[in-house]
Design a protein around this ligand. Structure first.
Ligand code: NAD
Length: 305
C-alpha cells in the first residue's frame, strides 16, 4: 500500500524517520510531500495513495475526488476540523485523528501562558500566584485531564464541565464536576477552553458566558478560535477592564483585541502542539493506526462513524 505524508508544515525529521520505519516494517511504501504551497501538488500526489497522513492540511471534497485509491486519512493531531468528514464518508474513506498524543504539550503551554498572564506579562509590576486560584476546565478530554493534573501541582482548586464525559469520571480524577457551562464560569477565577470546534460549540463563548467570570477573571483559549464570539468578547473586554483574554489561536480580529494591551495576549502562531515530543508521538501514532487498519481493519480512532 502507498502511504502519503502530505504536510505543508512538515513533521520534525525524527518524526518522519519514525513514520517511515513503522510504514515500511508493515510492508507499505512511504511517499513524502512536504512544504507544498499549491493545492495542485497535493491533488497530484494523492491520486494513487491508499492512505494519507496530514497535519493541519485541508482535506476537502476536491482532495477526496482526486484520491481514487484512498481508504484512510489520518490527521496527526487532536482537532480534525481540517478534514471534510461528510466528503470522507461519501467517498468511503475512514477518517481518524490521533487523540492524546499532543495533549501534554498543550496542557503545559496553558500554564506557561497563565503564569505570564498573572505576572502581568512580565511588565515589572507585582502580579499574583496560581496557587489557591479556582481553575475551570471546559471539556475534560485528553488536554483537559492533563491541565487538571498540572493545576493540582500548582495548588489550584480545579473544577470541570464536559457535555459528554460522565460526572463520575471527572470526580475520579479528583476534580469537582460542574453541572453547566454557566456554573463553571461563575465559580472560576480562570477558565481554560478545551472544547472542540463543532456546530454546538461554534461562537458559544460569548458576552453572556464570559461575563459570568468573577472580578479579575481570565479566559484562556488553547482550543480553537471558532468557539469564540469575537465581536461579543471585544465588547465585554471594553466594558470590563478587569478581564484578561489569553489565546494560542490568533483571533480574526487580532488587531481589535490588541487595543487591550496588558489584558490580551496571543501567541504569534499556534504553539500548543509545537514540541518535538508531540510531533513525533502524533506522526508515529498515525503510522501505527494505518498499519492496524490495513492489517486487521482496526478503526478505533475513526471520527466519521
Ligand atoms: P478530546 O477529543 O480528547 O476532548 C474533547 C472533549 O470535549 C471531550 O471530552 C468531549 O466530551 C468534550 N466536548 C465535546 N463537545 C462538547 C461540548 N459541546 N461541551 C462540552 N464538552 C464537549 O480533545 P483534546 O485532545 O482534549 O483537544 C481539545 C481541543 O483542543 C481539540 O479539539 C483542538 O481543537 C484543540 N487543540 C489545540 C491544540 C493547539 O495547538 N493549541 C492542540 C491540540 C488540540
Amino acid at each position: 500500500m502507498k502511504v502519503l505524508v502530505a504536510t505543508e508544515k512538515p513533521f520534525a525529521a525524527s518524526a518522519v524517520e519514525g513514520i517511515k520505519k513503522e510504514v515500511e516494517a508493515a510492508g507499505h511504501e512511504l511517499v513524502l510531500l512536504e512544504k507544498y504551497t499549491e493545492k495542485a501538488r497535493l491533488l497530484a500526489a494523492v491520486k494513487d495513495a491508499d492512505a494519507l497522513i496530514v497535519r493541519s492540511d485541508k482535506v476537502d471534497v476536491e482532495v477526496f475526488d482526486a484520491a481514487k485509491q484512498l481508504k484512510i486519512v489520518v490527521r496527526a493531531g487532536a482537532g480534525y476540523d481540517n478534514i471534510d468528514l461528510a466528503a470522507a464518508t461519501a467517498h468511503h474513506v475512514v477518517a481518524e485523528n490521533t487523540p492524546g498524543q499532543n495533549s501534554n504539550a498543550v496542557a503545559e503551554l496553558v500554564f506557561g501562558l497563565l503564569v505570564f498572564a498573572v505576572r502581568n506579562f512580565y511588565n515589572g509590576k507585582s502580579g499574583s500566584e496560581l496557587k489557591g486560584k479556582r481553575l475551570g476546565i471546559l471539556a475534560f478530554g485528553n488536554v483537559g485531564r492533563n491541565v487538571a493534573r498540572i493545576a493540582k501541582g500548582f495548588g489550584m482548586e480545579v473544577c470541570a464541565y464536559d457535555a459528554f464525559c460522565p460526572t463520575a469520571a471527572i470526580e475520579t480524577a479528583g476534580v469537582r464536576a460542574c453541572a453547566s457551562v454557566d456554573e463553571l464560569f461563575r465559580s472560576s477565577d480562570i477558565v481554560s477552553l478545551h472544547i472542540p470546534a463543532t456546530p454546538e460549540t461554534l461562537k458559544s463563548i460569548d458576552y453572556r458566558t464570559v461575563n459570568l467570570l468573577p472580578k479579575g477573571g481570565i479566559l484562556i483559549n488553547t482550543a480553537r478560535k471558532e468557539v469564540i464570539n469575537e465581536p461579543e468578547l471585544l465588547k465585554l473586554l471594553a466594558e470590563r477592564t478587569d478581564l484578561k483574554y489569553i489565546t494560542d489561536i490568533k483571533p480574526d480580529a487580532d488587531v481589535d483585541f490588541q487595543q487591550f494591551e496588558g489584558r490580551y495576549f496571543s501567541t504569534p502562531k499556534k504553539m500548543g502542539a509545537q514540541t518535538a515530543e508531540a510531533n513525533i508521538n502524533a506522526g508515529i501514532a498515525a503510522a501505527k493506526q494505518i498499519n492496524a487498519f490495513f492489517a486487521d481493519g482496526c478503526t478505533t480512532y475513526q471520527v466519521n462513524k
